[in-house]
Design a protein around this ligand. Structure first.
Ligand code: NAD
Ligand code: UGA
Length: 443
């Protein structure tokens, strides 16, 4: 099958290479010429485990190619996936300019039947808008061509994107057309062999399913963070509580890890955008507002704990950070809790000495060179000469730690753990002051 994918970010590149990997012929189009040049040179624009090898083998096999040429991209695939960004606009809604620009492009160049597949996360009603934009473009060309628009939201997680795409729990397709159903079945058939994961529904339900899924997961996290904060005040251990409630299959173990708040390019923007959609439809989504509010507050807790440990005197201090990415196995720092912490530390006059296995280049890109930020080559260097250590991202390599050694490195033996990596008793026995999330009495 011939497939075109617009956008070569996390979703576009993963979609394009996974579909090529099962034998489809795929062209990925991006307006970012630099990104396409890098991809053509075999360089990955993002860090995603397994992706580089998958791209390479499919390019070599001649099934995957990259272009900036919109005309040839539209001419190529009967399926035209839209996988471009939908960042927040100034009201917290989803900015659809990139999605609609692709719709215009398809309308401008198509000469045959096309299925436009919305894979970007878009508010309910967007498929109708895409439909109208294509109609407008065709009308201005004075041509009448058949086309369909369907919704096929993506549920992959960064860091596990290939696994999620290829073995996802479900494949949602919003359409009322039999022809589209058949084409989408063909497209996903290689990933739909053992049991039927394809779920067809109406377009609006598919669009809402994506937001509902992210909002539900974000709600679980904010709920657990709320209970963890309470546990701290009550002297209870949230890890025991987590296991205690997770064992109930109606609750489940997934996405109930308390921490320093959810980040990334999706939960924050999607919770906000759904609340905005509700507002535009005269409904105040109070729960969604609370989920967002609790998360914003949670992101500030690392700084508050540090500040209390130093009696509010952080000026001139050097704070070591382990982890900058919003979660492990990615270099993505969008909405990362590390950013909230670093910016608060800088405002308080402290210096940051940080290490992350993948996100340091991204950190430099965001903050540039500054006197109060030192990026170091490993976790050992990060704590040298530091006053305290904060764990912000739970990279695997941080899971073991020689606490005696750490104590000997820090001026004030303070370990703030935003990801509950260690056993509080063991850490405290080593003489460190250990403050995690919801693990017994806090500062
Ligand atoms: P991204 O920012 O990583 O990549 C978007 C790409 O689209 C960029 O390379 C950009 O240059 C390109 N682009 C912009 N306008 C274009 C145009 N007119 N034609 C062709 N390319 C164009 O975005 P992403 O993280 O891949 O997210 C894409 C969408 O998927 C968003 O709606 C997001 O919410 C959703 N989503 C993301 C994830 C994730 O884990 N990142 C998971 C599921 C869904
Ligand atoms: C999330 C969803 O999990 C994907 O299903 C969805 O496709 C994607 O958003 C999207 O729409 O873009 P992602 O943001 O890549 O994926 O990462 P997650 O693993 O969901 O983590 C998000 C944030 O929640 C991270 O900051 C993580 O540390 C935090 N988190 C996650 C917790 O604090 N506790 C948990 O139990 C789980």
């Amino acid at each position: 099958m011939k497939i075109t994918v617009f956008g070569t970010g996390y979703v576009g590149l993963v979609t394009g290479s996974c579909l090529a990997d099962v034998g489809h012929n795929v062209i990925c189009m991006d307006v970012d010429a630099d990104r396409i040049a890098r991809l053509e040179a075999g360089e990955m624009p993002i860090f995603e485990p397994g992706l580089a090898a998958m791209v390479e083998r499919n390019v070599e096999a001649g099934r995957l190619s990259f272009t900036t040429d919109a005309r040839s991209a539209v001419a190529f695939g009967v399926l035209q996936f839209i996988a471009v960004g939908t960042p927040p606009d100034e009201d917290g809604g989803a900015d659809l300019q990139y999605v609609l620009a692709v719709a215009d492009t398809i309308g401008r160049y198509m000469n045959d039947y096309r299925v436009i597949v919305d894979k970007s996360t878009v508010p309910v009603g967007t498929a109708d808008r895409v439909h109208q934009r294509v109609a407008g473009a065709l009308e201005s060309r004075g041509v009448a061509l058949e086309y369909d628009v369907c919704s096929n939201p993506e549920f992959l997680k960064e860091g596990a994107a290939i696994e999620d795409f290829t073995r996802g729990a479900r494949i949602i397709v919003g359409t009322d057309s039999d022809r589209v159903q058949e084409l989408m079945r063909d497209c996903y058939a290689p990933y739909n062999r053992n049991h039927d994961k394809l779920m067809f529904m109406d377009v609006r339900a598919a669009e809402l399913t994506k937001y509902a899924a992210n909002a539900m997961l974000a709600t679980k996290i904010s709920f657990m963070n709320e209970i963890a904060n309470l546990a701290e005040r009550l002297g209870a251990d949230i890890e025991a509580v987590r296991r205690g409630i997770g064992s109930d299959p109606r609750i489940g173990y997934h996405f109930i890890y308390p921490g320093c708040g959810y980040g990334g390019s999706c939960f924050p923007k999607d919770v906000q955008a759904l609340a905005r959609t509700a507002h535009q439809n005269d409904y105040h989504a109070e729960l969604l507002d609370a989920v967002e509010h609790v998360n914003d507050r949670q992101k500030r807790t690392l700084f508050q704990k540090l500040s209390r440990a130093f009696d509010g005197e952080l000026a001139g201090r050097t704070i070591a950070l382990w982890g900058l990415a919003f979660k492990p196995n990615t270099d993505d720092m969008r909405e990362a809790p590390s950013r909230t912490l670093m910016e608060a530390l800088w405002a308080a006059g402290a210096r940051v000495q940080a290490y992350d296995p993948e996100a340091m280049q991204e950190c430099r890109r965001i903050y540039g060179e500054r006197d109060d930020l030192t990026l170091v080559a490993d976790r050992v260097q990060a704590v040298q000469g530091a006053d305290a250590l904060v764990i912000v991202t739970e990279w695997k390599e941080f899971r073991t730690l020689d606490f005696e050694w750490l104590k000997s490195q820090l001026s004030l033996p303070v370990l703030i753990d935003g990801r509950n990596l260690y056993d509080p008793e063991t850490v405290r026995e080593a003489g460190l002051m250990y403050y995690a999330v919801g693990r017994g009495k806090s500062l």
